[in-house]
Design a protein around this ligand. Structure first.
Ligand code: ZN
Ligand code: ZN
Length: 170
């Protein structure tokens, strides 16, 4: 969905859109959206600048950081974005950020691409490390066995070298 600025009545508008997973996937190399994603928000023009804020909500599938099994997680992201036209950006050396959550982006001066916002917000909302469970045992680096589902014969050798050194002292 693109919001054309010339269609905004009174320079502002509310928007809501539901994306099917296939509209967004692949979000990036590690994130797949598995439920429809709802985005809702407000867009407001102020001179040459455009302010967009809103909320994205869906569920995503990623790999466990330790055992690589798929993990489904909820995605909830609030965003507050500021856009300035590309032509304006080039003439501005310093862009001041006034609020923590506020980031400034460049756009073509005609329309805001909500698809891009939604994908970007999902990527930002998914933690870089996701575990399938708090105490996931991961994969044996020797033989590749998933230690959550079974032990292998090499597990006894796999002591963190720092602990191994301590053990000698005892
Ligand atoms: Zn895991
Ligand atoms: Zn093993």
């Amino acid at each position: 969905m693109r919001i054309e600025l010339e269609n905004l009545e009174g320079g502002k508008s509310d928007f809501v859109h539901v994306y099917q997973p296939e509209d967004l996937n692949p979000v990036d190399e590690r994130i797949d959206v598995i439920e429809p994603a709802t985005v809702s928000g407000k867009i407001r023009l102020a001179g040459n600048e455009v302010f967009v804020n809103g909320h994205v909500e869906t569920r995503a599938k990623v790999e466990c950081d330790r055992c690589l099994q798929p993990v489904e997680i909820p995605v909830n992201a609030d965003f507050a974005l500021e856009y300035i036209p590309g032509s304006e950006y080039e003439s501005t050396n310093v862009v001041e950020l006034t609020e923590d959550q506020l980031s400034v982006a460049v756009f073509d001066g005609e329309a805001i691409d909500v698809n891009e916002i939604v994908k970007e917000q999902i990527v930002l909302a998914v933690p870089t490390r996701v575990l399938c469970r708090e105490n996931c045992k991961g994969i044996c680096p020797e033989c590749g066995t998933d230690r959550n589902t079974g032990d292998c014969s090499c597990t006894t050798n796999d002591i963190d070298p720092r602990w191994a050194a301590l053990k000698k002292l005892i």
